[in-house]
Design a protein around this ligand. Sequence first.
Ligand SMILES: Nc1ncnc2c1ncn2[C@@H]1O[C@H](COP(=O)(O)OP(=O)(O)OP(=O)(O)O)[C@@H](O)[C@H]1O
Ligand SMILES: [Mg+2]
Length: 160
Amino acid sequence: MNVRREAAALTVEVDGEAETEALGRAIAEAVAPDTVVGLVGPLGAGKTRLSRAIAESLGVDPAAIASPTFVLIHEYEGEVPVFHFDAYRLPSPAAFEDLGPADYWSAGGVCLVEWADLVPDSLPPDAWWIRIDPRGASRRSMRIEAPGGALDRLARAIGR
Ligand SMILES: Nc1ncnc2c1ncn2[C@@H]1O[C@H](COP(=O)(O)OP(=O)(O)OP(=O)(O)O)[C@@H](O)[C@H]1O
Ligand SMILES: [Mg+2]
């Protein structure tokens, strides 16, 4: 795993799903209740794969985790609740707002929002943004923007 730190972002190059899992574990260590994570990237980028890794590391039963593509919100019970959203199938950003997302942002859980770039204005200002760029069959470049303190925690967790 290759990690590059900039002032407001961390870019992590992973090769293989095991490294994506390791990144998911580090993210799970760095998030706090009410953290909202927007996941961005093309079809098959790995948004669901990374979301599963994060949720498992937060204590969610892996057997319970589905791809959210046909359901707009999944709620999982872990050490904290994990709310998994997918904005892809929504007809409009207004339809996302109709789900009342702000109630979830402050429900004490961790929110993972796939295709968050379709509803950018619905996410809170302190949301994390993870942009996944496929670089071949097993390589992914993941650019993570988050508030400074969270990025520091993440960098430390990746280093462990
Ligand atoms: N390093 C990697 N990290 C994550 N996924 C990987 C990696 N290497 C290969 N893959 C494969 O890439 C695919 C990622 O699929 P995933 O469903 O997570 O994508 P997605 O971004 O959620 O797509 P969609 O927009 O359709 O929901 C899986 O088939 C997975 O096995
Ligand atoms: Mg997905």
